[in-house]
Design a protein around this ligand. Sequence first.
Ligand code: SF4
Length: 217
Amino acid sequence: MTLLQAPADLEQLHPTEVLRWAFDTYGVADVAVTSSFEDAVLVHLALSVDPAADIVLLDTQYLFAETWWLVEQMQNRFDAKVRVVSPRPEVQRDNLWQTDVEACCAVRKVEPLARALNGKAAWVTGVRRVDGPTRANTPVASFDINRNLVKINPLAAWTDDDMSLYAEINELPANPLSARGYPSIGCWPCTRPVAEGEDRRGGRWAGSGKTECGLHV
Ligand code: SF4
């Protein structure tokens, strides 16, 4: 079992230092960095700490064209090596997103993530406390008992202003949907823009009562 071997001041460290600790402690090849390419911040941070970072994108078959555009930008401008993990071959486009979102996320997100993390000692995510009430207490690092690995959230404490400032300083490309009212970006059938003052994840599975895809539970 991989144990959580975190320094006492981990919660106070800059995301760059958190990532350096993660790569040094667990080995860069044994750490998966997952990104939905909602923005470029986590990917840029990870690559700046170690260009060999294992960047993972779950291709749900329903990603926005704008998300793929940002992937290409990061590949072209920052030489990001993105490991695209797809659903199993038997999972073809279907109507599940209209009839059973839990089952749809199970075969398009949860199962592919399990494969992406197979053999890894640690998993780095872009989860932030400001994402919403279900994420308000997110720690920078914890042991994920269900997945038997260390889960690391370097951006846990970052605000939207922190993210914008980092993106500006580093001249990062943005997902074009961000400027069109999408603060949270997932699959196109289950994501809509939000109104001013609305919960930032209020556009995800709107009206269904679902708030998480099953990856961060
Ligand atoms: S977010 Fe929607 S389309 Fe994407 S996997 Fe989940 S239910 Fe399916």
